[in-house]
Design a protein around this ligand. Structure first.
Ligand SMILES: [Zn+2]
Length: 382
């Protein structure tokens, strides 16, 4: 989803601070995945899983199926197919999903999907739907064919139809109904061109290419349906998420690749004369970011979204090992490719995958900039 985030520290360009001011985050691309759907009032604060408990080389929760076991895009609705009972000692037992729960979820999600697709007519005027879809096919993303593009004044209404209060500023992918939304921003389209909305749509469509696992959880006292995996992300029992850096970096890396290569805009949508910009921050240090991740936020103002930092880092890793590109794309839905990502990252530097998975899950500009700085440090890039 594409959300507003206020950052405590500014990232400004040292060389030309008057031109490059990234102190204000315009947007935050994110998938609205893994949002808990409670069947009853459920608090799982007392159930936790430390990432340290997950064995090296694994990418799922202990006792649960890994995120990548689905090799074909499952069709919606994504009702839970795994049932899990968690005992007081945190051990996990597989159980049958109650038929009533599965039926209720299927009915609810089918109705929700149908309603949203019938209610809103996409406004794709000026957007290059075919070029984005073709690009995604070329890189191997198997995306949803259900997308809704509306101008941002309709965002609240769309979310209201779905019974959700917020879904991010510019885009969201809602995994439970398998629909990708783009909320077109008049001002940002004016500043960056309509490809800004193509970029948002592309990012959300990459999220839709992930495999998702919804689990029926039974703690003995409480029962709930939860989305445990989505793409690279695992939601721990305590509700926190890990592996967000890679999960956001891959979609934005592909968005940047589309802009630089397909649109032939190495200066990015911001149309910068330089191929890269140097961003500085007191706690992160300096980071050189390719211009394809930069966006014009005002006539004299250029900015970056948090996912841009993660995307730039993914790009650095692919530069080092080009075989990572297909592995990153397919690792969102295929367990073998996911393992290949783990192996290739750890071959670059032992423990790199686990570090990225566990340590950079603060979805903010500063949080992801720290992850990018960490990757540059590992790679010996200034
Ligand atoms: Zn995202």
């Amino acid at each position: 989803m594409y959300e507003m985030h206020k950052q405590p520290e500014n990232l400004t360009d040292i060389g030309s601070a008057s031109e490059i001011d990234t102190g204000e985050t315009i947007a935050d691309v994110d998938a609205d995945l893994l949002n808990a759907e409670s069947l009853d009032s459920y608090s799982d604060e007392d159930i936790s899983c430390d990432p340290a408990d997950i064995p090296e080389g694994e990418f799922g929760l202990p006792g649960l199926p890994p995120s990548g076991t689905v090799t074909e895009r499952p069709m919606p609705p994504r009702v839970p197919i795994y049932g899990v009972r968690i005992h007081s000692d945190n051990s996990v037992e597989h159980i049958e999903v109650p038929v009533s729960v599965a039926a209720r979820e299927a009915q609810r999600l089918t109705a929700e999907r149908q309603k949203i697709l019938e209610t809103y007519t996409p406004n794709r005027q000026g957007m290059d739907i075919e070029r984005v879809d073709q690009f995604l096919r070329e890189v191997g993303v198997v995306a949803t064919d259900a997308t809704i593009e509306v101008f941002d004044e309709q965002r609240a209404a769309v979310m209201g139809t779905l019974g959700r209060r917020d879904a991010g500023q510019h885009g969201t992918y809602i995994q439970s109904i398998d629909v990708a939304f783009t909320f077109r921003d008049h001002r940002l389209e004016e500043l960056n061109g309509v490809p800004h909305s193509d970029m948002v749509r592309l990012h959300e469509l990459v999220h839709s290419g992930g495999a998702f696992t919804t689990v029926f959880l039974d703690t003995g006292e409480r029962r709930t349906v939860r989305d445990i995996y989505g793409g690279y992300v695992t939601r721990l029992y305590d509700g926190s998420m890990i592996n967000r850096f890679i999960d956001e970096g891959v979609p934005q890396y592909l968005a940047g690749k589309y802009i630089a290569e397909k649109l032939d805009m190495p200066g990015g949508l911001a149309r910068l004369p330089e191929a890269s910009v140097r961003l500085a921050n007191r706690s992160v240090g300096t980071l050189v970011v390719p211009s394809q991740y930069m966006i014009r936020m005002g006539k004299e103002k250029v900015g970056i979204i948090p996912a841009g930092f993660a995307g730039a880092a993914i790009g650095r890793l692919i530069d080092r090992d080009p075989a990572l590109l297909p592995a990153f794309v397919h690792g969102m839905h295929d367990s073998e490719a996911h393992k290949e990502v783990i192996g290739r990252l750890n071959a670059i530097s032992p423990g790199l995958y686990g570090d990225l998975r566990n340590n950079f899950n603060d979805y903010s500009k500063l949080g992801f900039a720290r992850g990018a700085a960490y990757v540059c440090g590992i790679l010996g890039i200034e």
